[in-house]
Design a protein around this ligand. Structure first.
Ligand SMILES: *Cc1c(COP(=O)(O)O)cnc(C)c1O
Length: 447
């Protein structure tokens, strides 16, 4: 399987090229040359064994001519060793069962663990016969950095350098980056997130330096982070069908479900659209956004108008120009009508997000993170407008990562999972740096 850019479907790239470049030379995002078809009967039999086994079956269709099966098996087993349960939260007032797919049981308690973990493991396999070390350089405003650091932690032949702005990430987020050690190097920048991003950009634009060191990014648009996110849509569907339509075993008339996805950069939802193209019986999608409602507005008007992001309490979705919009267009043959036929939009402000958090807690005793609560709000709204009853919203982060938002709303403490609480007791190590790319250059060459 080869890959092409969303901006040019003539030039084909190998998996290795696409993985190491991240972004195509023309600025587009990489897409698979064709979309393999999945046999739902196989999915059902493999899901019964394990999520990782099912993942191998699908990933082999994309990566099978670049990697051996044992390499793919090892990558999936190492990256996907945690639970992804479909939880029945309760029954809504209209009788609709409320289902959420909890994607936050990975090492850093966010759905990004799936993409970052798979990317780390697959890159390791691709890197296998290379001699020179690889440096993964990334800037973060909080969440992405920890998932990437964890995804590449202890991967031979790699160094991870994570830049974050001093004093602008939560203590827990900071510990997630600074307590790993080994091949993970945390850099605390005396500046803003924009300074961090600028430094990273300047390094990538420094041709002379890039001839000397092998450096790549691991941001969310990388194909290796994006593709594996399609996997949990299959797994979530299987759990839902078992519960709601036990007569369906992967053959015959497939029941269809709607996925409701809290969205920011639209990597998650577009991976679901890819899963649908592979043959997953999905009726449609609802993009749930916060006040940064660029895509819901686009779905209404047909006009895509990016704008500067505004800060919200669901801050991992504060994106004003979602990169994966290009992938969505590509998956739907650049047809606005085709996108609208499958996709609905929803947005809510901070007060509505808090109301969603509170309602989930009061009515069902369920504690949700702010991003996931936007998903719940979207489910209720869409059920009212469409009379659809079969939906799953994705829960993208553990509520314990957002205690400062959640606790005042629900009026009680959120229990912190052990794997997070433990970090606060470990020794931190990091390098402090003034926001000048000369400093970063020196640091990178000294690794
Ligand atoms: C990154 C993130 C999102 C947004 O996902 P996209 O793929 O960028 O749309 C939503 N919720 C949480 C908790 C996140 O970390």
């Amino acid at each position: 399987m080869k890959f092409y850019s969303t901006r040019d479907n003539k030039t084909l790239y190998s998996l290795r090229e696409a993985a190491f470049m991240g972004l195509a030379p023309d600025g587009g995002l990489f897409m698979p040359e064709h979309v393999p078809q999945i046999d739902m009967k196989q999915i059902f039999s493999l899901c019964g064994s394990s999520f990782a086994d099912m993942a191998v079956y699908i990933m082999e269709k994309f990566f099978g001519d670049s990697l051996d099966r044992p390499q793919i098996e090892e990558a999936m087993q190492k990256a996907l060793h945690f639970e992804i349960p479909l939880r029945k939260v309760g029954i809504a007032d209209n009788g609709m069962p409320l289902y959420t797919l909890e994607l936050f049981h990975g090492p850093t308690c966010a759905f990004k663990d799936v993409g970052a973990g798979c990317m780390g493991q697959i890159l390791r396999a691709l890197q296998h016969d290379r001699k020179e070390r690889l440096t993964i350089l990334t800037a973060t405003s909080g969440d992405t950095g920890s998932a990437v650091a964890r995804g590449f932690y202890q991967i031979d032949g790699t160094d991870v350098v994570v830049l974050f702005p001093k004093g602008k990430v939560s203590p827990l987020q900071e510990c997630q980056m600074t307590t790993l050690g080994k091949n993970v190097h945390a850099v605390k920048v005396n500046g803003t997130f924009d300074d961090c991003q600028r430094l990273v950009k300047e390094i990538f634009n420094n041709k002379e330096l890039r001839n000397r060191i092998n450096v790549t990014s691991a941001n969310s648009i990388n194909l290796l982070r994006w593709l594996p996110q399609s996997l949990y849509y299959f797994y979530g569907y299987w759990q839902w069908a078992k519960a709601e339509h036990p007569e369906y075993k992967g053959e015959g008339n497939a029941p269809q479900v709607i996925f409701v996805v809290p969205s920011g950069n639209y990597g998650n939802i577009s991976a679901g659209m890819l899963a649908r193209k592979m043959g997953l019986p999905v009726k449609g999608f609802v993009a749930a956004s916060n006040a940064n409602d660029i895509i819901p507005q686009y779905l209404k008007s047909g006009v895509y108008s990016p704008r500067p992001s505004v800060q919200t309490i669901a801050n991992a979705m504060d994106v004003g120009n979602p990169s994966n919009y290009e992938r969505i267009l590509n998956l739907y043959g650049n047809s606005y009508d085709a996108i609208c036929a499958d996709t609905d939009g929803f947005s809510c402000n901070d007060d509505q997000i808090r109301a969603g958090v509170l309602e989930l807690y009061r009515k069902y005793g369920y504690i949700s993170c702010p991003h996931s609560a936007a998903g719940y709000n979207a489910v209720k709204d869409y059920a009212e407008r469409s009379s659809e009853r079969e939906m799953i919203w994705l829960s993208t982060a553990h509520p314990a990562k957002f205690t400062e938002v959640i606790e005042p709303v629900i009026g009680c403490k959120v229990e912190i999972p052990q794997r997070l609480a433990r970090l606060l007791t470990l020794k931190e190590s990091y390098t402090e740096m003034e926001p000048d790319s000369k400093n970063l250059e020196k640091f990178l060459t000294s690794l």
